[in-house]
Write a protein that binds this ligand. Structure first.
Ligand code: AMP
Ligand code: MG
Length: 409
C-alpha cells in the first residue's frame, strides 16, 4: 500500500523515528570545524583572565579626568608603563597615570583608560588630558566574555571557524563530537554507465552517485559508493544488504516509482518498516523511506534534479538527526518576476535565481522541463507553492530558501 505524506509530515516522521548514533569521538580543535558537538560546552575559566584596556592610552582614575577640556587639560603624573604580555603589578595613585597598550593589563587602582589621541606628553613626566573619561571606559573586565559555568555552546551545534576561536580562547583543545554517519549510495538503472565511460545510444552517465556523495559530505557525513546496480530485484537486494551491514543510512536512487521494474519500494519493505512511499510534492513525488535495523533507507527519484532536491530536504534532516542535530534553512523574501502556475494538488517547488533591484531581492523563476539538470546550477534557491494554491502571480512576495549563503555573481 502506498503511504503518501505531505513534506511536513515526512520531515516530522524522520525526526521522530531517527535516534542519534550512540558513539561519539574525540577530535582536536584543528579537526573540529564542520563537526557536530556531542556535549554542551561550559566555560571553566574567565575570558579575559584579567582586566584589559581596549585602546592604546593611559590608565587612570576616572575622577582625575572630570571637568577637563582642551582649554584646561587635566595634568597627570606618568608613573609607569605596562608592557604587552606582562602583568601590571603596581597600584596607581591619585593624580597618576600609566601607559597601557591595546589589550594590556590594567593596573590596580585604575578604573578607566584615556585614549592616546586625547593625551599630550609634556615631556617632563606629565601628561595633559583633554577629554574626560567615565569609570569603566575603554576597559573589558575579567570574565566579561566568559566566566566559569557559563554555557558556551549547546550540543548539536555544527562547529564553524568562529566557534573554533571561542573554544581556543578557553583552552579547549580536544572535544567530543558526533561520529560522522556513513551513508551508502546505490544507483539503479539498466541505462546507467559510470561517469568515466562514454554512453552508447540509450545509455546515460550515472550522475546521482557522485552528486549524492558530494551532497552527504556537505551535510557532514561520510559517503560509501556501492556502484550501479541493474534493474533486477535480487541484485539490488544483495547490494542493499551489504550496504545496510556497513553503513548507518542507505540511499538508493532510481526505481522508486510503482512501475513493474521499480523494485526499490518492494525491497525496502521486505527489509524492515516502510515509513512512507511517496511525498505530495513536485518534484520528488516518488520518494520512499523505510527503516531496517534502526537505519534509515531512502528510495530517491532517479531524476538527478529531483534526487538532489529531496535529498537536500529529507536526507539532510535524517543525517542531522543521526548526528543529534536539527537545523532550519535560511529564507529571504523576494519579489517574483514572472507568474508561476500550479494545480496538481501537491506542494510545488520551483528554483529561482535572485538579483537585487531597487533595494529589494527579485526572484526569477527557472523554467525547466522535468529531467533536465542544467536548472540545478542556475538556481540560487527555491520557493514553494502550497498544494491548495493555483500558482503565484508576478509581483507577489515569496519566501526563498537559499541553497547557499553565498550569492554567485
Ligand atoms: P527512475 O526513477 O529509475 O524511473 O529514473 C527516472 C529518470 O532518471 C530516468 O530518465 C533515468 O534514466 C534517470 N536516472 C536514474 N538514475 C540516474 C542516475 N544515477 N544518473 C542519471 N540519471 C538517472
Ligand atoms: Mg530506473
Amino acid at each position: 500500500m502506498l503511504t503518501v505524506l505531505t513534506p511536513h509530515e515526512a520531515l516530522s516522521l524522520i525526526k521522530e523515528k531517527i535516534a542519534p548514533l550512540p558513539r561519539m569521538e574525540e577530535v582536536s580543535l584543528g579537526h573540529a570545524s564542520g563537526r557536530v558537538l556531542g556535549k554542551d560546552i561550559k566555560a571553566t575559566e574567565y575570558v579575559p583572565g584579567f582586566d584589559r584596556s581596549t585602546v592604546d592610552g593611559y590608565a587612570l582614575k576616572a575622577s582625575d579626568s572630570f571637568g577637563c577640556s582642551e582649554a584646561i587639560p587635566a595634568l597627570l603624573m606618568k608613573t609607569a608603563a605596562v608592557a604587552m604580555g606582562e602583568s601590571a603589578d603596581f597600584t596607581l595613585s591619585e593624580g597618576c597615570c600609566a601607559y597601557v597598550p591595546t589589550g594590556g593589563a590594567l593596573p590596580k587602582g585604575a578604573d578607566a583608560v584615556a585614549m592616546i589621541e586625547y593625551c599630550e606628553d609634556f615631556g617632563c613626566g606629565e601628561i595633559g588630558l583633554s577629554k574626560a573619561v567615565a569609570p569603566g571606559e575603554n576597559i573589558i573586565f575579567k570574565g566579561d566574555d566568559v566566566y566559569p559555568g557559563k554555557l558556551i555552546m549547546k550540543k548539536g551545534r555544527r562547529l564553524q571557524s568562529r566557534d573554533i576561536g571561542s573554544l581556543a580562547a578557553m583552552g579547549v583543545v580536544a572535544l567530543n563530537v558526533a561520529r560522522r554517519p556513513i551513508v551508502g549510495i546505490i544507483s539503479t538503472g539498466d541505462e546507467l554507465v559510470a561517469p568515466t565511460e562514454v554512453p552508447k545510444d540509450g545509455q546515460v552517465r550515472d550522475i546521482n552517485s557522485p552528486m549524492l556523495e558530494a551532497l552527504v559530505q556537505e551535510f557532514g557525513a561520510e559517503s560509501r559508493l556501492y556502484g550501479i546496480v541493474r534493474d533486477e530485484e535480487a541484485l539490488l537486494a544483495e547490494v542493499l544488504d551489504k550496504a545496510l551491514a556497513e553503513c548507518d543510512c542507505v540511499l538508493i536512487s532510481g526505481g522508486s516509482s510503482v512501475g513493474t521494474k521499480d523494485a526499490t519500494g518492494r525491497i525496502i519493505e521486505s527489509r524492515g518498516e516502510m515509513l512512507f512511499h511517496g511525498i505530495a510534492m513536485k518534484p520528488g513525488k516518488p520518494t520512499i523511506m523505510g527503516m531496517a535495523k534502526g537505519k534509515p533507507i531512502f528510495g530517491l527519484p532517479g531524476h538527478p534534479g529531483a534526487a538532489w532536491f529531496v535529498s537536500r530536504i529529507f536526507v539532510r534532516c535524517a543525517i542531522e538527526k543521526l548526528m543529534g542535530r536539527e537545523s532550519a534553512p535560511i529564507t529571504l523574501p523576494a519579489i517574483l518576476t514572472e507568474s508561476v502556475s500550479a494545480n496538481h494538488g501537491r506542494a510545488q517547488y520551483g528554483g529561482v535565481s535572485l538579483f537585487m533591484k531597487d533595494g529589494a531581492w527579485q526572484a526569477s523563476p527557472i523554467r525547466s522541463k522535468s529531467g533536465l539538470i542544467s536548472s540545478l546550477c542556475a538556481a540560487d534557491g527555491f520557493f514553494c507553492i502550497p498544494r491548495d494554491k493555483e500558482g503565484c502571480a508576478a509581483g507577489e512576495t515569496v519566501e526563498v530558501t537559499l541553497y547557499s549563503t553565498y550569492q554567485e555573481i
